[in-house]
Design a protein around this ligand. Structure first.
Ligand code: THU
Length: 141
């Protein structure tokens, strides 16, 4: 006898994407983005099951702008959270955004190549959108 896979619930969706997407959209409302007017929220699921969030914070110098994912990484360390397993970046309206190149590299450090990154077409492993990534293993021992 085989056991049918559940079509919903924690076993079918261990990441809890609905909650992660809702958290990203909610924190996007905290963004400080008077220059681009693109309000971004990012939410990650930690391996321990917590959700950690951040929003973009712009600067009149433009180049010093902090992406939403930067806020997440800072908060991950402040809160003593471990590695992450999934990430979603979103506008307040729920439009899913792909992390910029710099943020893909930041996320690689904390989630590795198997980190699930939300896209408008559904989650993909980070390795798919940041192939052949530079990492700590490339540094001299
Ligand atoms: N932004 C993020 O917060 N995350 C990304 O991955 C892409 C871009 C922000 C930075 C800036 O405040 C605005 O979006 C426009 O680039």
């Amino acid at each position: 006898m085989t056991t049918a896979e559940p079509s919903s619930g924690p076993a079918a969706d261990p990441v809890g994407w609905d909650d992660l997407r809702a958290a990203a959209a909610a924190v996007a409302n905290q963004a400080y983005a008077p220059y681009s007017r693109l309000h971004v929220g990012a939410a990650v699921r930690t391996a321990a099951g917590d959700i950690v969030t951040g929003c973009n914070v712009e600067n009149a110098s433009y180049g010093l702008t902090l992406c939403a994912e930067c806020g997440v990484v800072s908060e991950l360390h402040r809160g003593g959270h471990g590695p992450i397993v999934a990430v979603c970046a979103s506008t307040p309206e729920g439009t899913i955004l792909l992390p910029c190149g710099r943020c893909r590299q930041l996320l690689m450090e904390h989630g590795g190549p198997d980190l699930l990154v939300d896209t408008p077409d559904g989650p993909v492993p980070l390795d798919e959108i940041l192939p052949h990534a530079f990492g700590a293993g490339d540094l001299p021992t």
